[in-house]
Design a protein around this ligand. Structure first.
Ligand code: 13P
Ligand code: SF4
Length: 302
């Protein structure tokens, strides 16, 4: 089967099964090209909650497909590569959160969506990189336990007058982007605007003109009248930025950084997922009910 045939087959199967294809901005170009919705964690969660499709095919990592399942429990939700996970999500466990709650009984728990479902189930509210500041600002507590990303947490801390108890997790992809990388890139393109993801470490964030989710970067680049941009996030988004803004220039802030889990899913995996209805996300009812409360509480802020 060649690529044109695969695309055609995917379109046919999607129609036959009334399936929707949700794709994260870091996915491979050929997978981005067949998306029904291409977006960031927040946009994709909203779509998962609203869709009237019978089946969701989620091209991203495990926590994203789990989020879709939790928000649309009656729908068959498939992840074409079941081993695609987020290493940062695995840095905090439900047991860790229970311990923190005992240690800080007056605190509320905000968990980044980059967490496993059982961690969400222990949380009061979830957030994404697009709404984290709003969520923490609005939660009714003076003390907030924030898991697992220490970088996103310390970025949010700058905007809220609350005590934040930060977990020590991080994303290795963003952690690998250094301040030196950004400074060198700025030297090469002094007129470029620097857009970075809040999962970057604080010295990198200090060098940025804008700190944005991946969806925020896409919107910002489209609206901006600037021509050149340095992008501090996973390299997959460059394809979308260039495709949607052919007259603008985008360069990685330093070496291109790759999330290997995000790159596992190929177009052939998407075809197999549809054809064989694999791999289904299954979660316990109890975990789904509690995690859904935390996710729905987040969707109020969007
Ligand atoms: P966004 O929600 O900004 O797309 O980020 C998801 C993610 O995994 C970043 O590493
Ligand atoms: Fe997780 Fe980082 Fe990959 Fe995003 S880029 S999925 S946070 S490891």
């Amino acid at each position: 089967m060649n690529i044109d045939n695969i695309e055609e087959e995917i379109r046919r199967l999607k129609k036959e099964k009334n399936a929707v294809l949700l794709v994260h901005n870091y996915q491979r170009p050929e997978v981005q090209d067949i998306a029904d919705l291409l977006g960031d964690s927040l946009g994709l969660s909203k779509k998962a909650a609203e869709t009237d499709a019978d089946m969701i095919i989620f091209c991203g990592v495990r926590f994203m497909a789990e989020t879709a399942k939790i928000l649309s429990p009656e729908k068959k939700t498939l992840q074409p590569r079941k081993e695609a996970g987020c290493p940062m999500a695995n840095m905090v466990t439900a047991e860790d959160v229970r311990r923190l709650k005992t240690e800080y009984p007056d605190a509320r728990v905000v968990s980044y969506v980059n967490t496993n479902a059982d961690v969400k189930a222990e949380s009061d509210v979830c957030c994404t990189s697009a709404n984290a500041i709003e969520v923490v600002k609005n939660i009714e507590a003076e003390r907030v336990i924030f898991v697992p990303d220490r970088n996103l947490g310390s970025y949010v801390q700058k905007f809220v007058n609350k005590e934040m108890i930060l977990w020590d997790g991080y994303c290795y992809v963003h952690e690998n982007i250094t301040k030196e990388d950004v400074l060198k890139a700025k030297e090469k393109f002094p007129d470029a605007l620097v857009l970075v993801h809040p999962e970057c470490n604080p010295p990198v964030i200090d060098e940025a003109d804008e700190v944005l989710s991946t969806g925020g970067m896409v919107n910002f680049a489209k609206k901006s009248d600037k021509r050149r941009f340095l992008i501090g996030t996973e390299e997959g988004i460059m394809y979308r930025l260039k495709k949607e803004n052919p007259k603008k220039e985008f360069y990685p802030a330093g070496k291109p950084r790759v999330c290997w889990d995000m790159k596992l899913t190929t177009i052939y995996d998407v075809y197999l997922a549809l054809e064989e209805e694999r791999f289904s996300i299954e979660l316990s009812k109890e975990i789904m009910i509690s995690a859904r409360k935390a996710l729905n509480a987040m969707l109020k802020y969007t």
